[in-house]
Design a protein. Structure first.
Length: 118
């Protein structure tokens, strides 16, 4: 089992930055592939960014490349999402997720709201 707790969401203006955190417990953090997803009102949940286990290789959705950065601190069992140049289209509930050994995204946090005003 993996427990994930997100934090850091809030209300910001377009062009601002925000950093989300995801604290993980219950599994070997450094070996677990983790990711960020988001769900805007009326839309399906979509992938935002990921970080592979072991070597922490990041990958991103095209919509956030160059603006968002995913990182992780294994000493704190925490993953981060640095979001820069936010725009209104980034408004969503952001979720932290982790894969199991079959590469399935089955562990989810409760989500944190990010609202970007124009």
């Amino acid at each position: 089992q993996v427990q994930l707790v997100e934090s850091g969401g809030g209300l910001v203006q377009a062009g601002d930055s925000l950093r989300l955190s995801c604290a993980a417990s219950g599994r070997t953090f450094s070996a677990t592939t983790m990711g960020w997803f988001r769900q805007a009102p009326g839309k399906e949940r979509e992938f935002v960014a990921g970080s592979t286990g072991s070597i922490s290789m990041p990958w991103y959705a095209d919509s956030v490349k160059g603006r968002f950065t995913v990182s992780r601190d294994s000493s704190k069992n925490t993953m981060y999402l640095q979001m820069n140049s936010l725009n209104v289209e980034d408004t969503a509930v952001y979720y932290c997720a982790a894969r199991n050994s079959r590469s399935e995204w089955i562990y989810w946090g409760q989500g944190t709201q990010v609202t970007v005003s124009s």
